[in-house]
Design a protein around this ligand. Structure first.
Ligand code: BES
Ligand code: ZN
Ligand code: ZN
Length: 479
């Protein structure tokens, strides 16, 4: 699918269909101003009122070259927000694809090219690489032409492409997407982008680093674990970096504490944190942000085997703390623990943020309307909340409080890896807090937002959240 831009009036371009925005009470934006008089009679006939989340399909309008015109409602003029634009753009182009159009056009909705692009590129995503027999039947678009501010559109395309890359990694099943494949795919995505350096660490390195927590998960799997480092140097040489760490469990069976089989397949996406980190680094590098960012993804499967860690085993993390593994299904915090220790002592970062499908309890607490976020820094909370509001990857602050720490006490080791059912997401966050000392650290639990059931511009499958929020946050640190 080719993405093009054009400066001609959209109604004069030779296309199979176009998308035009309409505000409430059938007020047209500047976009449709030229053809509004031609469209008006049809609007009067079909009761379309430009309300949010509505659309109308019109055919063969005099003065419009393309045979199909999709009108998408933008709500009250002056009150239209970015999310309305994304949803409207997505609705319009998906409808044209479903109608069998090949070459389509869209104008800058509400004069917000970035959100228009995000809605288009996110809304059209489909994981169909592994479909062969029925693929010919799938309706696909060949070209999308955008008319409006090119810079704004291109920014939106890049942000959405970053998120789609995360989605692709997350959607790919675990027999394909194992740690080595993930690393190769990340290299493919990032190759050719300026200021990117990729370092792939092997298990032998992790053992040298005394990453006993990470390795306690990796030992159970026949797939070699990898520890991926992506360095983006858009800032000055001496500038301290922003670090993103993504949980990269390419499949989570639970290990010896085996998960029930119903729904276990969803755990192919237990590397969604890692996927988000790769997608974010892609977007940051493609946009050429003037700041230093490092992406870290500890990658392994969590499998039951003769070499797997058993409940009650005690392992030593790289900061010397001993952990009693009461439940091998609480493996995410184990791999993140060593990654947190490593980044704090190695890179002297100004900010560290980990992103993880960490606890089922988070899904229970917030569903998918909000993403749970834990931090001791009020400042970082505000920055992340603001970024999430812009991109509509909305965060909700959860408690990171010493009151939960005693649930991790055990007589046999420094701490245990589970704190019981009560406050499961909060004790998980407290566990992570034992492995990083700096104030500007945040933990983002995306378990409830990992997948979507075809809502808005999130088609069925994995969401790739919160790539756009993480990229937007990085913009704050530009020089
Ligand atoms: N990967 C899961 C959490 C998860 C569940 C993510 C559902 C997305 C959807 C994690 O490794 C896990 O199994 N957590 C356990 C922790 C428990 C053993 C303390 C859980 O949530 O049940
Ligand atoms: Zn688990
Ligand atoms: Zn997991």
């Amino acid at each position: 699918m080719k993405l093009l831009t054009d400066n001609q009036p959209i109604e004069t371009i030779d296309l199979d269909g176009i998308v035009i925005g309409v505000f409430k009470n059938n007020i047209f934006g500047d976009a449709a101003g030229r053809i509004s008089s031609a469209l008006q009679p049809f609007l009067d006939l079909n009761d379309f009122e430009g309300k949010k989340k509505t659309k109308a399909v019109l055919y063969n309008i005099a003065g419009v070259k393309s045979p199909r015109v999709i009108l998408v409602g933008l709500g009250e003029k002056g009150k239209t927000d970015a999310e309305t634009v994304r949803l409207a753009a997505s609705k319009g182009v998906r409808k044209l694809r479903a109608l069998g159009a090949k070459k389509i056009g869209i104008e800058s909705l509400n004069e917000d090219g970035q959100s228009t692009a995000e809605g288009v590129v996110l809304g059209l995503y489909r994981y169909d690489d592994l479909k062969f027999k029925d693929k010919a039947k799938l309706k696909t678009l060949d070209e999308i032409t955008f008319v409006g501010d090119n810079d704004s559109w291109n920014r939106g395309v890049t942000l959405a492409e970053g998120q789609n890359k995360a989605r692709y990694l997350n959607d790919t099943p675990a027999n394909i997407c194992h740690p080595s494949w993930f690393v190769e795919k990340a290299k493919e995505y990032l190759s050719g982008l300026k200021n990117i350096e990729i370092i792939v660490r092997e298990e032998s390195w992790a053992i040298e680093q005394k990453m006993g927590a990470f390795m306690s998960v990796a030992y159970g799997s026949d797939q070699p674990a990898k520890f991926l480092e992506i360095h983006y140097k858009g800032g000055n040489d001496g500038d301290t970096p922003l670090v993103y760490i993504g949980k990269g469990i390419t499949f989570d069976t639970g290990g010896i504490s085996l998960k029930p089989s119903a729904g276990m397949g969803a755990m192919k996406a237990d590397m969604s944190g890692a996927g988000a980190v790769v997608g974010t680094l892609y977007a940051i590098a493609k946009l050429g942000l003037k700041t230093n960012v490092i992406g870290i993804t500890p990658l392994t499967e969590n499998m039951p085997s003769g070499k797997a860690t058993r409940p009650a085993d005690i392992v030593t993390a790289s900061n010397g703390k001993t952990i009693q593994v009461d439940n091998t299904d609480a493996e995410g915090r184990m791999v993140l623990a060593d990654a947190l220790v490593y980044v704090e002592k190695t890179f002297k970062p100004h900010t560290v943020i980990d992103i993880a499908t960490l606890t089922g309890a988070m899904m229970v607490a917030l569903g998918n309307a909000f993403i749970g976020m834990f931090t001791r820094s009020d400042e970082l909370w505000k920055e992340l909340e603001a970024s999430g509001t812009i991109t509509h990857d909305r965060f909700w602050r959860m408690p990171l409080d010493d009151i939960y720490r005693k649930q991790l006490d055990t007589p046999l080791a420094d701490l245990k890896n589970v704190g019981g059912r009560e406050g499961g997401s909060c004790t998980a966050a407290m566990f992570l807090g034992e492995f990083i000392e700096m104030g500007r650290w945040a933990h983002i639990d995306i378990a409830g937002n990992m997948s979507a059931k075809g809502k808005g511009y999130h088609p069925d499958g994995m969401t790739g959240k919160p790539v756009r929020a993480l990229t937007t946050l990085a913009m704050k640190f530009e020089k």
